[in-house]
Design a protein around this ligand. Structure first.
Ligand code: TXA
Ligand code: MG
Length: 338
């Protein structure tokens, strides 16, 4: 086991981290969404080390992070004009766009696919790093299946001894991963993973925006996932998460009847006015706060020894859809409607 160094965002530390990446090593990196595990996107062995550190299935592709729009034509071909209009509006920021890949992107990075997901992050530390290292392939920095990390400490907990360094860039602003889209045709966008860039925001630029059905439905046996990440268990703490839909009175009654050792509730801020007959944590007053807090709360609940977590779901509109999508997967699609 190697020692994992916690780096600051000083110029000196970033040069050190960029050199690690250029020499084929994996570094924990801050972004505005969640922390990533970064490696040289064009180096197959470096990318393999990312999959090994996470315990991620090799067919689940990594996003390539860039800091300049001119890099797009190096990485991809047949890029629709709509891609550039969306980039103009939402980059740098939490939007990943999938397009046909060029040879320079190895199959290790694309999970064997002919396409590549590209994103220009807005986190200033990440942008400075990419400018020094070149394009960085990075998945979220959690152990595969576990909630994504939103602080350097979360990354350290999952990756200690597995990677040489983590850059501490503070708490992630958004807290859920980027919106992932592909293009059904030159005018139609399909959302494969909801995030902070919402359907409504995309509709300001694109003629047609489709929300893929796998966002709120489980992939059925035999059904092909548009995005490999859709078919894997995700974001799950050790505790058994169950979404409980219904009004707050019914929720309190249900929890009272089903309370047991190690049982906790996770509820929106406003619900704490009611007498919830069980230990509980709150995760924010609105969708933006809930997105910011969700993964940290799931990790905290594990640390508190939670065995079962009953969750009052967020709104499914706007950014709420991203929060609901992560919760559904954390719950393994276990939803009780009262
Ligand atoms: O905000 C984010 O996107 C974070 C930060 C680190 O940038 N990254 C992230 O990566 O969430 P990851 O690997 O945990 O999730 C990427 C998702 C996966 O579900 C993957 O299947 C999908 O994007 N994806 C990536 N490239 C794809 C491609 N070429 N075709 C289809 N799906 C793709
Ligand atoms: Mg992930």
């Amino acid at each position: 086991m190697e020692e994992t160094r916690l780096l600051t965002d000083s110029r000196e530390d970033l040069i050190y981290a960029a050199n690690l990446i250029k020499s084929g090593k994996v570094v924990g990196i801050p972004t505005e969404t969640v922390y990533g595990l970064g490696a040289d996107a064009s180096n197959p062995d470096a990318v393999k080390a990312v999959f090994a550190a996470k315990g991620r299935p090799a067919d689940n592709p990594l996003i390539v992070h860039i800091c300049s729009i001119t890099t797009v034509k190096i990485l991809a071909h047949d890029v629709p004009e709509l891609f550039y209009r969306l980039a103009e509006k939402f980059w740098p920021g939490p939007l990943t766009m999938i397009v046909p890949k060029n040879k320079i992107v190895p199959y290790e990075t694309s999970g064997g696919l002919e396409t590549v997901g590209i994103r220009m992050p807005s986190h200033p530390v990440m942008r400075e790093l990419i400018a020094m290292s070149g394009p960085i392939a990075a998945p979220s920095a959690n152990i595969s299946g576990y909630p994504s990390p939103t602080t350097a400490q979360h990354v350290l907990k999952d990756m200690n001894g597995k990677i040489p360094a983590i850059i501490d860039g503070g708490v992630c602003n958004f807290g859920v991963e980027s919106t992932v889209i592909c293009f059904d045709d030159r005018h139609t966008v399909r959302i494969l993973r909801p995030g902070s860039i919402t359907k409504e925001m995309l509709e300001e630029i694109a003629d047609k925006v489709i929300v893929d059905s796998a966002i709120i439905n489980d992939i059925q046996d035999g059904q092909k996932a548009m995005s490999p990440g859709m078919k894997y268990k995700h974001y799950s703490p050790a505790a058994d998460v169950v979404i409980v839909e219904g009004d707050i009175e019914s929720f309190c009654r249900f929890v009272g009847e089903n309370n047991s050792d190690g049982c906790f509730c996770l509820v929106p801020d406003g619900d704490s006015e009611y007498r919830i007959p069980c230990s509980y944590r709150t995760y924010g007053a609105d969708s933006r706060q809930q997105a910011h807090n969700l993964f940290a709360r799931l990790r905290e609940l594990d640390e508190m020894g939670a065995r079962k977590v009953f969750v009052r779901p967020p709104s499914k509109d706007g950014v709420g859809l991203a929060v609901y999508n992560r919760l559904l997967r954390a719950a393994g699609f276990e939803v009780i409607s009262l």
